[in-house]
Design a binder for this molecule. Sequence first.
Ligand code: URP
Ligand code: ZN
Ligand code: ZN
Length: 465
Amino acid sequence: MAVLIKNGIVVTAEGESKADVLIKDESIAAVGAGLECEGAEVIDASGKYVLPGGVDQHVHFSFTYKGSKTRGFETSNAAAVGGTTTLIEFVNQEQGRGLVETIEDYRKTDADGIAMVDYSFHSVMTDPRPEVIEEIPRLAEAGYPTMKLFMAYKGQFFHADDDAILQALQKGKEAGITIMVHAENADMIDVATKQLIAEGKTGPYYHAVSRPPVVEAEATRRAIYLAEMADAPLYVVHVTCKEALAEVKAAYQRGQKIFGETCAHYLVLDESDLARPDYEGAKYVCSPALRTEEHREALWEAVDRKWLNAISSDHCGFDFAEQKHMGYGEGKSFADIPNGAPSLQNRLNILWTYGVEEGRISRSRLVDLYATSPAKVNGLDKKGQLAPGFDADVVIFDPDYEGVISVETNLEGVDYSPFEGFKQKGRPETVFLRGKKIVDDAKYIGSKGDGKLVKGKPFGSSYQW
Ligand code: URP
Ligand code: ZN
Ligand code: ZN
């Protein structure tokens, strides 16, 4: 089966030019001017941009906070209509069990035959027994060459201490595993949280007060020192503030292999959203917390100048009506609100409208941040690029569409969107997943189970210097 996309502007991380894209079966066969292919379905992409399918390396379909769980892979068609064709899910190691077996069990029951885009996994080490540390290199053999540790969330089973992080860095580098951290000082948050609650400051806004930028900066710096001692690369997920950014940049400039991402919501929302009336602030409780305008601008500059190399969603499908209300009422506080917000569907839309259209990043930079670099970080050597031999994950993007983001038109399966009412310029009109059209006229037309497991190779881009 062949598809020939003609006359579009092909955008890659390196640049853009008018070119045709030829898909044969599941792969890209050619990219160039004046391509022909007898018998191919021809799509005229005049006036449109042709982008690689997005790679979202930070997704939570299985995150459980205080007993409340997010929506799962059955909502992954939301990624497809948003132009994302590969998702990488964080799987918390089950206590008393192995890293690989936890992922494999979860994969079989919750992803295989359900996912509507391609998928892979990061392990999250929660139970750092000596035999688990020894197991870390096996993640590379299993095709999952990344592992995260949560420095935040004191008292939760997934919180990690420094000894676990140091050992993970040391062991991980033997096999080319990229160690990732959620960098926030758990003790600082814990003390501040208790003090705020004692003062009766329990509403959603105080979530931000309990974890100011210094909390993130301290943990980021500490993780960088741990990486220095281990002489290993480090990847800092969801960098949100100037201070943490300065730590990442300074370490990189000193010659350390320190890399990081930010997420769409930190670029367009801010802490004033946490103060919305009628308990709506709870919709915006995520960690690290939303910041202020000056941090937002610093993040835009950082993604433009390559100080951060990816923009992810950190998607967490918790409902407002039930789950986000867990912190509401007598004896409850912001600390009981499940952390995280849904944003799977709108990552590209937000980046295009508020990044490209507002002149903050180029289209090429967008492609690098939302597809090419995250594929490389995770060792996905067939994803994130429009070039011969790569998987035919392709987005035909209509830049002329104008609309408004609303929960009414999204597929995330959650009762709110943090971007409700945001204007949207442009949209993915047609999306191919390994050569199969799964979005047509901006509507999902694929099937449950279209997504396949993709395995990553170790020694991803964080190791390449
Ligand atoms: O608030 C967030 N980000 N929730 C999901 C888990 C995490 O911290 O990444
Ligand atoms: Zn996190
Ligand atoms: Zn996360």
